[in-house]
Design a protein around this ligand. Structure first.
Ligand code: ADP
Ligand code: MG
Length: 323
């Protein structure tokens, strides 16, 4: 889930200690929510699918219920029970494959966010059908970014960058060489390019930007790109006409993360309609012809596609390392 490069920059006299606390929390989140880890809470929910509810931590509860809210708002385009299809395609593993149509049809019956029963009193999660499988890969990284910011803030950090590969959170503003407070510049990945090439740069303070695209994890067969974001309505990698969806907000990276995956699946028109339901969240979408379309509320005046733009402080252009 967090199988990504993490880069933390905090402006603080004890930056090292703060980063250690954050990294410890990120690893805790991974232990709870990764499907890659056998005894994670999510895998316990999965093991007891069709059998019994599972009591979960407050963290997992927050992410599961957040995911269900996005599932409902997106009419199931985002579906945290996508697990059986993710497993069948095995994209990103060393043995990806194209499942048979009959297999896809059978597995689609197990992908059903409405069959996730939650009990807020007991704080339990129950997958009603045997064989269902929860996969929080489309949203947990956003939660992790929110937690990184929470911990940094609690430790007195007012300014910094939490970069969780595709999930970016910039805190406060940057102090330039003359000691002046200026916005951070965030590099937005150019789709279909190798990591490091940018589409443009956004000048912003205190906000989170989360990007989903078809270039993160994929394999190619007969000239077709099969990527890791699955459309639950077809069982195949989403083909909505978008190659990238970036979501910006001053609030919740978790919601941005869920929305970026949902918008990518829904495509331009329905994706923008979904964002209308989330005040405070705006999109920057890129279609397959590489037209860049800002949604309502996206701060276009602060976004520059100038190739000469100065190197951004944060985003894809940075090498993965830890400050
Ligand atoms: P990334 O993890 O590359 O940053 P996303 O946030 O878009 O990108 O999440 C993709 C992950 O979400 C997939 O690897 C898979 O675990 C999960 N996923 C795939 N399809 C869906 C879907 N329709 N709804 C919810 N989660 C999905
Ligand atoms: Mg996402």
């Amino acid at each position: 889930m967090l199988g990504t490069s993490i880069r933390l920059t905090v402006e603080s006299p004890d930056g090292e200690a703060v980063c250690d606390k954050i990294l410890q929390r990120l690893s805790e989140i991974e232990q709870l929510m990764s499907v890659q880890i056998d005894n994670s809470e999510v895998n316990r929910i999965n093991a007891l699918a069709g059998i019994s509810p599972v009591a979960v931590s407050e963290s997992t509860w927050t992410v599961v219920t957040g995911a269900l809210r996005i599932a409902e708002a997106s009419d199931g385009a985002f579906d945290p029970t996508i697990g059986p299809l993710v497993d069948a395609w095995a994209i990103g593993s060393d043995h990806p494959r194209i499942p048979e149509p009959a297999e896809i049809a059978a597995l689609r019956l197990l992908v059903d966010w409405k069959a996730v029963r939650t009990d807020s009193g007991a704080r339990t999660v129950f997958l009603e059908k045997t064989g269902m499988k929860m996969d929080l890969g489309g949203i947990a990284k956003g939660y992790a970014a929110d937690e990184a910011v929470r911990i940094a803030t609690e430790n007195g950090v007012r300014s910094g960058i939490m970069d969780l590969g595709g999930n970016l959170y910039v805190m406060g503003s940057k102090t330039d060489s003359r000691g002046k407070s200026v916005p951070w510049s965030l590099g937005i990945q150019r789709p279909d390019a190798t990591r490091g090439e940018i589409l443009g740069v956004l000048q912003a303070r205190n906000c989170t930007l989360v990007t989903s695209g078809d270039y993160e994890r994929f394999f190619e067969a007969d000239g077709v790109r099969y990527h890791h974001i699955i459309d639950p309505r077809t069982g195949y990698p989403a083909r909505s006409g978008l190659v990238q969806a970036g979501i910006l907000s001053p609030e919740s990276s978790m919601t941005c993360d869920g929305l970026s995956t949902a918008v990518f699946i829904l495509g331009m028109e329905k994706g923008l309609a979904l964002l209308d339901k989330f005040p405070g969240f705006s999109g920057l979408l890129v279609d397959k012809d590489h037209h860049v379309i800002p949604g309502k509320g996206f701060p276009v005046a602060d976004f520059s596609m100038d190739e000469e733009a100065t190197a951004p402080d944060a985003g894809y252009v940075l090498e993965s390392s830890r400050d």
